[in-house]
Design a protein around this ligand. Structure first.
Ligand SMILES: NC(=O)c1ccc[n+]([C@@H]2O[C@H](COP(=O)([O-])OP(=O)(O)OC[C@H]3O[C@@H](n4cnc5c(N)ncnc54)[C@H](O)[C@@H]3O)[C@@H](O)[C@H]2O)c1
Length: 264
């Protein structure tokens, strides 16, 4: 049994993670953490309208719940809060699975430093399909390196998403940059200049209720290859986060990704 604490418990992802955890006999939700301005009641069951969760606490103070949980699942969508949650969790030597995106390089460094003290899993995308896409993009880029092919990334998300480009698009661009030996990542284009050979373009579209689409284009002369992933439900990410929580419980301190969970 894995006892989980969900940060961002009343958000789009937090709700799905809690709902799916209730259907999983190996997982127990011990409580939820929310922003202090977004706590309608101190009872998670009442806040979510779930009889099964009656009596489980909802708080803005993660430290109150840490003694009762094994793994924190962090989807607050607030990078500063997420780093704070990772610090508190590492202090207690408990594990954390971080799904929040939009971290600065400095914040990622801080999180990696904390993984010396406790197990930390960070992944901008917990779906099996996207993690496979990361691998496929690397394979394609290795084959197409130095073949006069331009690589570009496009993503689409719902109108409420705060960070742009998505953490997944950033990771895809990083894989391309490293594998193709390119130095410049260009976010959107405007003006009068042809594309330089050394760049990878990243375009972010926002609108409606799109759960998450990502396409990597390899644009050559006479042909092009497109690798696309489309998420049609948040449950694919929520299930991934729950699998990650089961996997990380009891692990040695270290920095992990979904590749470790999925054996990719
Ligand atoms: N890794 C993945 O697979 C994956 C998949 C989907 C979304 N995401 C990311 O997860 C994050 C959340 O996405 P969402 O669509 O659920 O967002 P959301 O805005 O619907 O939910 C975030 C919730 O966190 C709460 N929150 C804000 N500050 C907090 C704090 N300090 N402490 C505790 N709770 C706090 C908000 O009140 C809200 O209820 C985003 O960063 C998103 O990009 C990751």
């Amino acid at each position: 049994m894995v006892r989980v604490i969900v940060c961002g418990a009343l958000g789009r992802m937090g709700r799905r993670i809690i709902e799916l955890s209730l259907q999983d006999k190996e997982v127990e939700v011990v409580g939820g953490v929310e922003h202090p301005d977004c706590i309608p009641s101190l009872d998670l069951g009442e806040a979510l309208g779930k009889e099964e969760l009656k009596g489980k606490p909802l708080t803005s103070r993660l430290e109150e719940l840490l003694p009762y949980g094994d793994v924190v699942i962090e989807f607050s969508g607030n990078p500063t809060a997420a780093v704070g949650h990772a610090k508190l969790t590492a202090l207690e030597k408990k594990a954390i699975v971080i799904g929040t995106t939009g971290f600065t390089e400095e914040e990622i460094k801080e999180i990696k430093e904390l993984s010396k003290e406790a197990p930390v899993l960070l992944s901008p995308n917990m779906s099996l399909g996207v993690n496979l896409l990361f691998k496929l993009v690397e394979i394609a880029a290795k084959v197409l390196k130095d073949k006069n092919v331009d690589a570009e990334v496009m993503e689409i998300h719902h109108r409420f998403k705060k960070d742009a480009p998505s953490g997944t698009a950033v990771k895809l661009a990083q894989i391309l940059a490293e594998t193709l030996g390119k130095k410049k990542i260009v976010h959107g284009r405007e003006g009068h200049a042809p594309r330089s050979e050394d760049e990878i373009g990243v375009m972010a579209l926002r609108g409606g209720d799109v759960v998450g689409d990502h396409t990597v284009f390899f644009l050559g002369f006479g042909e092009r290859l497109e690798l696309t992933h489309r998420a049609s439900s948040r449950d694919t990410f929520a299930k991934g986060a729950i699998e990650a929580a089961k996997w990380i419980k009891g692990r040695e301190p270290g920095f992990y990704t979904m590749f470790d969970v999925l054996g990719l």
